[in-house]
Design a protein around this ligand. Structure first.
Ligand code: CA
Length: 234
């Protein structure tokens, strides 16, 4: 199984945290590399092409968000941001710059490994679906035919409003990524006046009623309180 080993790049300037993360990764069968600065991280991503990046936002030279912006000009490598601050603004900024997910300090090793497994699952699907134009999206019992503009759940066609459909397609096209409220509003409402957080919540609730069997335990769409939403690869 050695050839299947995922390589995780750990970008963290705090030596103790960096050691903790590297030890946890290697004891669970991952290969890892480390970088202590933003510049080193960018160089390492270009040179060794890791499968997943864990990125601390508070780095001594560059802001973590600038690292994401740089890397996103040429790479789609999954980036899980590690944020020390309590408020959500830095996470939101990082997600809008192209990060895929985030962990807030302090976090447990179990939580970290769970996020990495989720990312791995998405990577496997992405590798499988690499055909340039995937016209039908499948996730669990849900399927979206982008060409026909139809959605099915367990083989039955769902009737979605145009906004619900746009919302679902946006989440599906970014499956695995946490999308911020601001990003969703911009993409779905294209900045129209009615595009506010309250209406996003209303449309999300009606969409969930249609696709989730149990809306108090959603299977497909996760809520990230104060941040946004994410479609999970089930
Ligand atoms: Ca730091």
């Amino acid at each position: 199984m050695v050839s299947n080993k995922m390589t995780v790049l750990v970008v963290e300037d705090d030596m103790a945290v960096c050691n903790l993360l590297s030890t946890a990764l290697s004891s669970h069968g991952y290969a890892y590399a480390t970088a202590m600065t933003g510049e080193e991280a960018v160089r390492s991503m270009a040179a060794s092409m890791p499968d997943i990046v864990l990125l601390d936002l508070g780095l001594p030279d560059l802001d973590g968000v600038d690292v994401i912006r740089k890397v996103r000009t040429w790479s789609q490598v999954p980036i899980i941001v590690i944020s020390a601050r309590v408020d959500d603004t830095d996470k939101i900024e990082a997600l809008d710059a192209g990060a895929d997910d985030y962990l807030s300090k302090p976090f447990s090793v179990g939580e970290l490994l769970a996020r990495i497994r989720t990312t791995e699952r998405h990577l496997r699907y992405m590798a499988r679906d690499r055909e340039p134009e995937v016209s039908v999206f499948h996730n669990g019992d849900l399927s979206i035919d982008f060409v026909a503009g139809t959605v099915q759940l367990e083989g039955k066609e769902l009737h979605l409003t145009p906004i619900e459909y746009k919302l679902l397609c946006l989440l599906a096209q970014n499956v695995g990524r946490v999308l911020t409220h601001q990003f969703i509003l911009r993409e779905v409402w294209s900045g129209a006046a009615e595009g506010d957080l309250a209406s996003l919540r209303v449309f999300m609730a009606t969409l969930r009623k249609k696709i989730e069997k149990n809306s108090s335990h959603p299977r497909y769409i996760q809520t990230h309180v104060g941040v946004g939403y994410r479609m999970i690869r089930v």
